[in-house]
Design a protein around this ligand. Structure first.
Ligand SMILES: Cc1cc2nc3c(=O)[nH]c(=O)nc-3n(C[C@H](O)[C@H](O)[C@H](O)COP(=O)(O)OP(=O)(O)OC[C@H]3O[C@@H](n4cnc5c(N)ncnc54)[C@H](O)[C@@H]3O)c2cc1C
Length: 329
């Protein structure tokens, strides 16, 4: 529908929308209601489950534009972008929202270039005043917040995970499912090799409500087990500083910061991390920050809500023990 607020669906590659989609769709629905329009979900996938489609309706989509084709997996930006551009040209949405995920941050940037439209990347707030949308986004490694509006539509935005309120599921609400005819571009690149990561059994970094993060202070990859023990007890994801990643202690997908992932958990616990500006860029919007460092002058204490000056090799097991006792009660 012309003038709709679109949410590009981020899924788990198994046919189910991820939690971040509830956040993006919730925001699209909130703004669409204010503008007198409707929220629509656009789902590009090789397989969509009926439960997943039902969920999109419960999260506030009035209509789902489903493009289901085996050629869409694995994700390639040069395949997604022309499809999204074709749909946007046919449908004239007012806004196109996506999430700050590996796939969507690329796809929406490519789409903006194709449409000649503006993109507010990594936004943390959106407000609609009459006919103008204003996006707030952190700049200069999170030191400042910039507000921007668009000279023309469509308004393209990527939304930072864990910042926007997820849509409350409305039992019984359904979305009309349309399967528009689109041209699936031939692939320009072939997949050479695919390696499935072994699941850690812990929550995913970008979506986790609690993140336990380790830096150079851990002294070696074998010591991350101390943080994993704590993470298992409190249901946290484990992240790392670039120093730990560059040393080969953790894969890059766990890196938090300017050249890694941006996270906004309810609680961030940093162990043996000094608090370099490039690390802060990826976690300073966490709701509560707790730093554990043996150096009382470590810069991370300047932005921490709680600080523990001590040796992480003593503090982390103690915290694990205490949380275990508390949570078992
Ligand atoms: C262009 C660019 C991009 C970058 N991008 C990123 C990024 O995305 N993410 C990122 O993290 N960094 C990034 N960096 C690197 C950044 O500048 C820092 O070098 C890095 O964050 C430092 O990691 P660290 O805090 O683990 O290590 P360090 O700065 O070496 O700090 C280790 C800390 O551990 C403490 N410590 C040591 N032993 C213990 C102990 N037993 N108990 C408790 N505390 C202990 C020390 O007191 C120290 O404060 C980037 C740099 C550049 C130039």
């Amino acid at each position: 529908m012309a003038g709709a607020f679109w949410c590009i669906v981020e899924d788990d590659r198994q046919g189910n929308p991820k939690k971040v989609t509830a956040e993006v769709l919730g925001e699209a629905a909130r703004l669409a209601a204010q503008a007198g329009g409707q929220a629509e979900a656009v789902w590009l996938t090789d397989k969509a489950s009926p439960e997943g489609l039902a969920l999109l309706g419960e999260w506030g989509a009035k209509r789902v534009l489903l493009v289901e084709d085996p050629g869409l997996a694995p994700y390639r930006g040069e395949v997604w972008t022309p499809i999204l551009a074709e749909l946007a040209a046919k449908e004239s949405p007012r806004a196109i929202f996506g999430a700050v995920t590996t796939r969507q941050r690329e796809a929406l940037a490519r789409l903006a270039a194709r449409l000649g439209a503006g993109l507010a990347a990594d936004s943390v707030a959106l407000t609609l005043n009459g006919d103008a949308l204003t996006a707030t986004r952190p700049v200069y490694a999170g030191k400042l917040l910039a507000k921007m509006t668009w000279a023309k539509g469509p308004w393209l935005v990527t939304l930072r995970p864990n910042v926007f309120k997820p849509a409350e599921p409305q039992a019984g609400a359904t979305a009309a499912v349309d399967k528009p005819a689109v041209t699936i571009p031939g692939e320009q690149m072939k997949l050479a090799e695919r390696r499935e990561e072994v699941s850690t059994g812990l929550p995913e970094l970008a979506e986790a409500e609690i993140v336990v993060s380790g830096g150079r202070g851990l002294k070696g990859p074998e010591n991350f087990v101390i943080l994993e023990d704590l993470a298992k007890v409190i249901g946290a994801a484990v992240g790392a500083s670039r120093a730990a990643v560059d040393a080969g202690w953790r894969p890059h997908r766990f890196q938090i910061g300017q050249t890694g992932r941006t996270i906004s958990p309810k609680l961030y616990l940093g162990f043996g991390i000094s608090g370099a500006i490039q690390h802060l860029a990826g976690m300073r919007t966490s709701k509560v920050i707790c730093a554990i460092n043996k150096d009382p002058e470590a810069p991370i204490f300047k932005i921490a809500d709680y600080g523990i000056v001590g040796d992480l090799f003593e503090v982390a097991p103690l915290l694990t023990k205490e949380f275990k006792q508390l949570l078992e009660k």
